[in-house]
Design a binder for this molecule. Structure first.
Ligand SMILES: Cc1cc2nc3c(=O)[nH]c(=O)nc-3n(C[C@H](O)[C@H](O)[C@H](O)COP(=O)(O)OP(=O)(O)OC[C@H]3O[C@@H](n4cnc5c(N)ncnc54)[C@H](O)[C@@H]3O)c2cc1C
Length: 371
């Protein structure tokens, strides 16, 4: 059977594309190399950080937010509109938040005092200067979302072909290790494996693999699964915050105060899921990364995160080295090598956040302006 659309890859980008196309009434076939989604889309924090994205892509972030909430409603997965807490430990961090709040408004970044942030982190001994709450951010469970969307789409009649490596795509034909499939058009979402399908595009955009040290610890009952926390390192990282005037001063301060975090290119953050608290992350870049987790890196992240949360003896349940696609020159590869083929890869750690927004962009034939 010839479908309207073949989606290559069952990560969140592929699934969001399949979901939106299916809702438009198109017939969809998803082809995936594995027997289920286990790559970037289940390895992350499940943190949809709309607020921290650059001003220019706020329309895409807003579309993504609507998509996430609509999919959560249709599919029935957990999506908490609980926002993000940011404890700030110094005056410079507070200044960045003040600038951001006055730039975007209180409905996107509400400044809070020392007592409220200590309460939000359930840590009376926090000793923060103050903080902020970003009410628009959404939390999902990354281990639940992709499998649940697959299950729902299958129930709706979307076809899935698993354990099938795609070897080439062109003019509506998808070549695989099990033969060829065709469709009116194809959207390829191979994530950090872009090099294996479109090496020229990967090279043109300097696409590489980013590896991140992550852990899951036991969650104290005083912090709910909806909990989400960014920190000062996040303010220096996400494009929306990083555009603020005082960020160069913040970077200089972090280099003095937290040289270990700066050296590992940390974005220290924590989110909750039912199974525990997800803690990370460091960033290292390579075309072909080694699989090892540096214990110093993992334990420093654990130490800093748990001290903010007042957790004295964390019990680590899991550790892993996450992988996502990255580029130093763009946050989104959205290319059309021929009239029937679209290639879409988010090349930064914001693919969960933007998934439904960029999927919509791809289906509408939009461009990467602002990324
Ligand atoms: C540790 C970590 C933390 C992160 N934190 C966040 C966060 O807090 N917020 C956020 O927004 N983002 C976050 N991200 C980034 C986010 O997870 C990714 O941007 C997003 O999941 C990418 O989705 P994807 O569908 O493109 O890729 P993937 O989930 O990797 O899916 C790609 C799929 O394509 C398949 N595939 C590839 N090549 C082929 C082929 N030739 N044939 C068939 N199938 C193929 C793969 O098997 C895979 O299933 C994080 C990532 C990591 C690793």
């Amino acid at each position: 059977m010839t479908h309207d659309l073949i989606v290559v890859g069952s990560g969140i980008l592929g699934l969001a594309t399949a979901y939106l196309a299916h809702k438009q009434g198109q017939t969809v076939h998803v082809i995936e190399a594995g027997d289920r989604p286990v790559e970037s889309s289940i390895q992350n924090f499940g943190h949809a950080c709309f607020t921290g994205q650059a001003d220019l892509i706020q329309p895409v972030a807003a579309r993504a937010r609507r998509g996430w909430l609509e999919a959560a409603h249709d599919v029935g997965f957990w999506a908490a509109e609980s926002g993000t807490w940011i404890p700030v430990m110094t005056d410079v961090e507070m200044q960045v938040l003040r600038e951001f709040s006055s730039h975007r408004g209180e409905d996107q970044a509400r400044l809070v005092g020392a007592a409220e942030i200590a309460d939000a982190l359930a840590n009376p001994g926090l000793g923060a200067v103050g903080g902020a709450h970003l009410p628009q951010d959404v939390r999902v469970n990354p281990r639940e979302v992709a499998p649940r969307i697959v299950e729902w789409l299958r129930g709706e009649g979307v076809d899935f072909t698993w354990n099938t490596q795609v070897t080439g795509i062109g003019d509506g034909v998808v070549e695989t290790v099990r033969g060829a499939f065709d469709a009116r058009y194809v959207v390829a979402c191979p994530g950090y494996k872009l090099m294996g399908l479109f090496p020229g595009l990967a090279e043109d955009h300097g696409v590489r693999v980013c590896t991140l040290a992550m852990s899951l610890i036991e969650r104290p009952s005083r912090l709910g699964p909806e909990f989400g926390m960014l920190t000062g390192t996040s303010l220096a990282r996400y494009a929306g915050f990083a555009a603020m005037e005082s960020v160069p001063e913040l970077r200089a301060e972090l280099a003095q105060r937290e040289p270990e975090l700066v050296a590992m290119i940390a974005n220290l953050m924590v989110t909750g899921i039912d199974a525990g608290l997800l803690i990370g992350d460091s960033h290292a870049y390579s075309l072909t990364p080694e699989p090892f987790i540096e214990e110093d890196v993992a334990s420093t992240l654990l130490d800093r995160a748990t001290s903010l949360l007042g957790i004295e003896a964390p019990r680590v349940k899991q550790r892993w080295l996450g992988r996502y696609s990255d580029s130093a020159t763009t946050n989104l590869v959205l290319e059309r090598p021929d009239e029937k083929t679209t290639v879409m890869v988010v090349t930064s750690g914001i693919g969960m956040t933007l998934s439904f927004g960029v999927a919509d962009l791809a289906l509408r034939g939009g461009s990467v302006e602002g990324f």
